[in-house]
Design a protein around this ligand. Sequence first.
Ligand SMILES: [Zn+2]
Length: 457
Amino acid sequence: MDTIGKPPAAKQKKKLNKKRVALVASIALVFSALMFFASANVQQTAAALPKNISLGYFDYQAPTIRYGLMMDTFQVSEHTIEANQFLSEILQEHKMPYQQIDQLVQNAKPVFDVRNLRSGKPYVILNADTTNCADYFIYEPSVYGYVVFDLKNLTVKKVEKPIESRVSTASGVIESSLWNTMVDNGLSYELTSKMEDALAWSIDFHHIQKNDQFKLIYEQHFIDGEPVGVGEIRGAYFKNFDNEYYAFYYENDRYNGFYDLEARPMKKAFLKSPVKYSRISSRYNLRRFHPVLRRTRPHYGTDYAAPRGTPIYAVADGVITKASYTRGNGNYVKIRHDDVYQTQYLHMNGFADGIKPGVHVKQGQTIGYVGSTGLATGPHVCFRFWKNGKQVNHLRENLPPPEPMPEEDIPHFNLIRDSLKVRLDSIEYKIVERAVIEEEATVQQQPETTEGERSDP
Ligand SMILES: [Zn+2]
């Protein structure tokens, strides 16, 4: 367990004070719980009182509190809902009169519909005196919370369990694929996906390779000590080929996002690719040997193969200049971003609603859907990047930087960055031996898609 970064001295002091306050508060809480225990329940459950209680010296057995209740005062029986089992059935078994069950079900309605009990989910019956009706029925539909049915007062309340967030670290060296590496290191899909989100602007995750490395600082969420999910990624490091990337999460009351070592936003003016979850099936190549025409024909774009219907995004803010059809391009869209850059998206199945010339689009906005219209044999988008009227390889361009972080925030960012970087750099790589030696991964060659060699401007 750890805090994020190195807080400045004043903060640290504040934190210490907070700790002290928390300690005092928890002692007070235990004490008042104890007083409650001693006074309220004494007549009813005197037999259940621990023998070694001695208030004067704090020499007592701490009561077990679960569901906000003093468990020691009850007989606790734990069960799971069986198939086709109803609440009324369960409660009748525990000596609850039918009329009261009916009232309880009515009272529950605004909080919890008792028809939603699911077989296999756990429930607990608390009973102070088993010769009488039980005191509580507590249902746990998920790890995130539970529903308390007070069988004496006929009240029902839903309680969300507190989520505890701890800062965790992770690392890995790519052996065969990013996914395998994450699995081998016991890391979740959720974490993989959040790392991709943090770094997607700098790293093309379709083209990571063996020996690429990553390190992460992130928030792991726990409920009752069990991991339940991943919060924010705080810091990320990725070594792709020989390039090193750092991403630091920064937030204040005005904005948030990932920034690099120099406080530049990770988010770029242009998206790396116009489709998510795609792969490059053909690159920009001025001397491509055309598989169908069987001669050298330049390929002025980058082809991203993806299932038909996959959304195609505008890679940057701009104005639509074309949304039309030609024999070679099929359905295509062209966007002017500024005086220098334009982008073009070919072979669309169709356009997104409202996409027509003159319309402003935002970065990441869906402009159309992957298809194979025009000269294309398989569904893909041929992405053309125009610079000063010429088609260039966008993967080789040094594209303009996005809006920088405001000057006045940089000192604060630097503090956070420094502590995260120290922490990231100190993470050691876990080298995990794969239990099963995988066969040499064979690269599946996708059938080439054919298309017109020229894109109509
Ligand atoms: Zn193409």
